[in-house]
Design a protein around this ligand. Structure first.
Ligand code: PEP
Ligand code: MG
Length: 317
């Protein structure tokens, strides 16, 4: 089966009835671009930049070091878009394992909350990312947004980083798109706030499930309750896809759900056109897309989205 899958590397991901799908890779370091290209990825949908920082609390990567890593990824992808997520530190991705731990770290000072409370760290990263944008197609993705002022402050910080680069005569792409991760239920329930100010959305289902169901994503004692097919989770995903497309902006899923072939048809039926996943899952998902007739699965999708019975949903999937 492996060998047959590898034949699909250059085949465009198009459904049986002709809808083109974008398949993107999730990466942790620039070296992961090799496997991403090898799997035929159309770009990077999620560069988890925190992997450059983890375990380095007293030795944060400098602007130049970060720039070099982001530039490497952008160059490696040869003109395909690279979506760099700004620092998503905290909770399951600690900066330092010895740091003070909050009682509920997943609800604490993580991701964009951390970055806005540490403006120098955030600005340093934004300058490094913007500098890399001069070397290829780059997009900026902001994690864990929930509040309108967080959107505004993030965009203002990006403008400030641009102004600093202009001041120093350093090149960047002025047209870099900025997008939001939708991974907090409040964000999925306040989409007009996001589609007005953001150029694209990316649904982080790993956290969206955690926060919707109040299930710690790393606590094995409640792992059996972590259900991507809970009707509430499906509603939030479906609403996000619909609101983004209605506003004319791209919506991706970059959580684990995007790489689960059992869920490919459901996500396609919900209108998803951009999938971002670990490179190892990409060709299997592509095969599933090639075998899917969208028109035929739509009635099933509607039935699933109407159902509040987990067994009916699981069976239909
Ligand atoms: C997510 O939350 O679904 C996601 C893609 O980000 P991470 O797993 O890095 O939190
Ligand atoms: Mg997340």
């Amino acid at each position: 089966a492996r060998k047959k899958l590898s034949k699909l590397k250059k085949t465009p991901a198009v459904t049986k009835d002709g809808t083109a799908i974008t398949l993107l890779a999730n990466i942790e370091l620039p070296d992961d671009c090799g496997p991403a290209l090898e799997a035929g990825a159309n770009g990077v949908g999620l560069f988890r930049s925190e992997f450059l920082f983890m375990g380095r609390a007293s030795d944060m990567p400098s602007e130049d070091e970060q720039f070099e890593q982001y530039r490497r990824a952008v160059v490696a992808m040869k003109g395909r878009p690279v979506t760099i997520r700004t620092l998503d530190i905290g909770a399951d991705k600690p900066l330092d394992t010895t740091e003070h731990t909050a009682l509920n770290p997943a609800l604490g000072l993580r991701a964009i909350r951390y970055c806005l409370s540490e403006p120098q760290i955030f600005l340093t990263q934004l300058r490094a990312i913007l500098r890399a944008s001069a070397f290829g197609k780059l997009r900026i993705l902001i994690p864990m947004l929930a509040h309108s002022h967080e959107i505004d402050q993030s965009l203002a910080m990006i403008e400030l980083a641009k102004a600093e680069l202009r001041e120093a005569n350093i090149k960047y792409d002025p047209g870099v798109d900025v997008g939001a991760m939708i991974e907090i239920p409040a964000a999925a329930l306040a989409l007009p706030m996001f589609v007005r100010k953001m150029k694209f959305l990316s649904i982080g289902t790993n956290d969206l499930i955690q926060y919707t169901l109040a299930i710690d994503r790393v606590d094995y004692e409640v792992a059996h309750l972590y259900n991507p097919l809970h009707p509430a989770v499906l509603q939030l995903i479906s609403m996000t896809i619909a609101a983004g497309h209605k506003a004319g902006i791209d919506v991706a899923v970059c959580g684990e759900m995007a790489g689960d072939v059992k869920l490919t048809r459901l996500l396609l039926g919900m209108g998803l056109r951009d999938f971002s996943m670990h490179p190892a899952q990409l060709l299997s998902v592509k095969q599933e897309i090639l075998n899917t007739d969208l028109a035929r699965i739509l009635p099933h999708t509607r039935k699933i989205l109407r159902s509040m019975d987990p067994d009916v949903i699981a069976d239909a999937v």
